[in-house]
Ligand binder design. Structure first.
Ligand code: SF4
Length: 432
């Protein structure tokens, strides 16, 4: 029996793509292996969002080349494949395939013609969703993509180039996939999209569906107990969606809504044309709808032209909103983006110092929030045992990791009394 090895880098969209690739290869009679030297086909499912991520892929390819069996096929799929195109074959001449994020369903072609080189980085839109087989077992948390690409064109972001213009999937297709996930083991649904709250699909009868419609319909599925979505763009947070936080208890009280910078000047240069007033107003509306809601953000520090005062404004917005579960990164120039060509690129040492300051503050906020949960009972979903097997790891409704003693009869969805907390996680006791 032939074996495949797959390694996924990057965002949840890539994790989802990785599952679909694995399912597709299993349908072709292959089995998964974690041992590169034993694999007949090796796939790196890649992310190009930061320069470091792309470099990581090419250094991994160099290692794979030395470790694989001579007959094994290897290649890249995903955003680095789209970014690099035919140049990937120049960098690694014995590479067998390079397939963009919307053409990885063509992978079986290389199994049929192993002596050819397969290059396909076309933006095929939604075709892959129709071509790929459904997963027979869904994980407890099922990620359901509801759109591809993005129209926002932030000046630092390579996604509009790698994944193309934004296309929303048909409403019926998304609901079909959601029901399938529920019937095959999912308890939580996470709708995915680069601009997920911009979801908009108009059917043949002229009826337009939004993300709020998907949430409402999904909440009717008895097996589904938790619903969330990521990643949201501030100006797409419409009132119908905010209202869902008030009326739909299955929708988790947690939202990732990246602000990226607290400086109006930098937001303009990033081509993210919202004001801080509008952003804060949306958060106020969300808190009115669901008082316990917690907000997470992504931040970029050291964007071209960012001054000390611009960065201070980012620190101020973090203090004001009190984000949890956030991510911060140093700006890195990407090909095919406007910001890469901007003057006043910020020196690495300044970027590093700003990142350290912001990270340290975000960690403090996370620790404060985690500690505020002590003595409260949180509803948590089981992820599985830890490496030792002595503990179980759960995920709270705010996406914190919660660790409890392993017990045979532990429920998949548990009410857990939080007994201790640190920056990274919570400890607790299952009470029901
Ligand atoms: S909204 Fe997100 S995915 Fe779209 S261009 Fe901006 S950063 Fe990239």
């Amino acid at each position: 029996m032939q074996k495949f090895f797959i390694q996924t880098f990057g965002c949840q969209m890539n994790v989802y793509d990785g599952w679909r690739i694995a399912t597709m290869l299993e349908h072709h009679g292959m089995v998964r292996t974690d041992d590169i030297s034993d694999a007949d086909i090796i796939i790196l499912n890649t992310c190009a969002v930061r320069a470091k991520a792309t470099d990581k892929v090419f250094s991994a390819l160099g290692r794979i080349r030395r470790a694989k069996k001579p007959s094994a096929l290897f290649g890249i799929v995903g955003c680095v494949a789209r970014e690099s195109g035919a140049d990937a074959f120049r960098r690694i001449p014995d590479l067998n395939f390079v397939l963009g994020p919307q053409s990885y369903h063509k992978l079986p072609e290389i199994l049929k013609n192993p002596d050819t080189k397969l290059l396909n980085i076309d933006l095929g839109g939604l075709e892959k969703f129709d071509e790929l087989p459904q997963m027979e077992r869904s994980p407890r948390v099922a990620y359901i993509p509801i759109q591809e690409g993005c129209n926002h064109c932030c000046t630092y972001c390579i996604v509009p180039y790698t994944r193309g213009r934004e296309i929303s999937r048909a409403y019926d297709d998304v609901i079909r996939d959601t029901i399938h996930a529920a019937k095959t083991g999912a308890i939580e649904i996470c709708f995915l999209g680069q601009n997920v709250n911009g979801y908009k699909y108009t059917d043949d009868k002229g009826h337009t569906y939004r993300l709020s419609d998907l949430i409402r319909e999904t909440a009717k599925i008895p097996e589904i107990m938790r619903i969330r979505f990521t990643s949201s763009y501030p100006t797409e947070m419409t009132d119908d969606l905010i209202k869902m936080f008030a009326i739909e208890p299955k929708l988790l009280p947690f939202l990732n809504m990246p602000i990226q910078s607290g400086s109006k000047n930098i937001l303009t240069k990033m081509n993210r044309p919202y004001t801080l007033e509008l952003y804060c107003d949306i958060i106020n509306k969300l808190k009115t709808a669901r008082p316990e809601i917690q907000i997470s953000s992504d931040f970029i520090v050291g964007f071209p032209g960012e001054t000390d005062e611009d960065f201070a404004e980012t620190m101020r917005i973090a203090q004001k909103i009190k984000y949890i579960n956030s991510y911060s990164f140093k700006y890195s120039p990407r090909p095919h983006t406007g910001a890469a060509l901007m003057p006043n690129q910020v020196p690495e040492n300044i970027k590093a110092a700003r990142l350290a300051e912001l990270d340290s503050y975000l960690n403090e906020l996370q620790r404060d929030f985690n500690e505020s949960c002590i003595d409260k009972t949180l509803s948590c979903l089981l992820e599985g045992p830890d490496k030792t097997g002595k503990h179980l790891i759960y995920r709270t409704q705010f996406m914190q990791q919660c660790i409890v003693e392993n017990a045979e009869s532990a429920p998949e969805l548990a009410n857990i009394l939080i007994t201790a907390a640190n920056k990274a996680s919570l400890r607790g006791k299952i009470i029901s």
